[in-house]
Ligand binder design. Structure first.
Ligand SMILES: [Zn+2]
Length: 226
């Protein structure tokens, strides 16, 4: 089943410099893929692969690469990288299932739990003016990847009893999981699943809360149509 037709998420990240990473090449059994199970990125073109790697780095604080077979691999964990993200993505890469990523044809970010595949809209994100000026689109690619992959890995839906609550005080299990990584990283926390349409339904506004200003909700803008 496809989930997340109205998915959106966003936020800040960090600059990139290699010396902030502790390389894990000397513990290859933990971070490579000896059994051949994979997160397959070969359906993405080179530019999309590069954008996704940047997004994962911005969101998780760790460094990833695409190997010669088009499969995702962890290269290094960052000093301020997320342990939860490292653990989750390593589980994904070494699990017995095969997961795959493709660019969205519909413009939506969504997951297909039955096939273990996700679709990502590489053009979608526009808004996000959080502190520590980072590229919101790059950040969003990382958080969207983790969100959609958590769907296919865990089998969890955003729905409760098949119904999404159209309220601004409900997030759901998948947003909650992604928020644990945001908390670890000191990023703003997504505080609602449902976004509100604006701009003649061209945009969707999703609520985030800055951890340093917990009483202040910020709306993050996402472009719906290309
Ligand atoms: Zn979702």
């Amino acid at each position: 089943m496809a989930v997340d037709p109205q998915e959106a998420s966003a936020n800040p990240a960090l600059p990139q410099s290699l010396n902030r990473y502790s390389y894990v090449l000397n513990s290859p059994t933990r971070f490579t893929d000896p059994t051949g199970e994979i997160v397959d990125l070969s359906n993405l073109d080179e530019a999309q692969q590069g954008q996704l790697l940047q997004g994962l780095e911005a969101f998780t604080g760790n460094q990833y690469e695409v190997d010669e077979n088009g499969h995702l691999q962890l290269v290094a964990t960052g000093e301020s990288g997320s342990d939860i993200a490292t653990s989750f993505l390593s589980d994904l890469i070494s699990s017995e299932a095969k997961f795959s990523v493709q660019a969205s044809l519909t413009g939506h970010n969504r997951a297909n739990i039955a096939t273990g595949s996700i679709e990502m809209n590489f053009d979608s994100f526009v808004g996000a003016r959080f502190p520590r000026g980072v590229d919101s689109r790059t950040f969003n690619l990382g958080s969207t990847f983790v969100h959609e992959m958590y769907h296919v890995y865990s089998g969890e839906l955003d729905h409760e009893n098949g119904v999404i609550r159209y309220t601004t005080d409900w997030t759901g299990p998948v947003v909650d999981f992604v928020n644990t990584i945001r908390k670890e990283r000191g990023f703003a926390i997504r505080s609602s699943y449902i976004g509100v349409y604006s701009g003649n339904r061209k945009y969707q506004l999703v609520n985030f809360v800055d951890p340093n200003r917990p009483r202040r909700t910020r709306k993050v803008k996402r472009l719906i149509d290309r």
